[in-house]
Design a binder for this molecule. Structure first.
Ligand SMILES: [Zn+2]
Length: 46
């Protein structure tokens, strides 16, 4: 599973691009870009 962001409505979508169609569930837009962690060092302490 990878996190994607819809270029149209900016919805965050989690899907498997190998087994699933890359499509936004909210607006059915088919162009999504892969989301990169903005702050990889930010980890929530338990
Ligand atoms: Zn969308």
């Amino acid at each position: 599973m990878s996190e994607f962001v819809c270029v149209n409505c900016e919805a965050e979508v989690e899907l498997d691009p190998i087994h699933e169609k890359v499509i936004c569930p909210k607006c059915s837009h088919r162009v999504l870009f892969k989301k990169r962690p903005e702050n990889p060092s930010k980890v929530e302490a338990i």
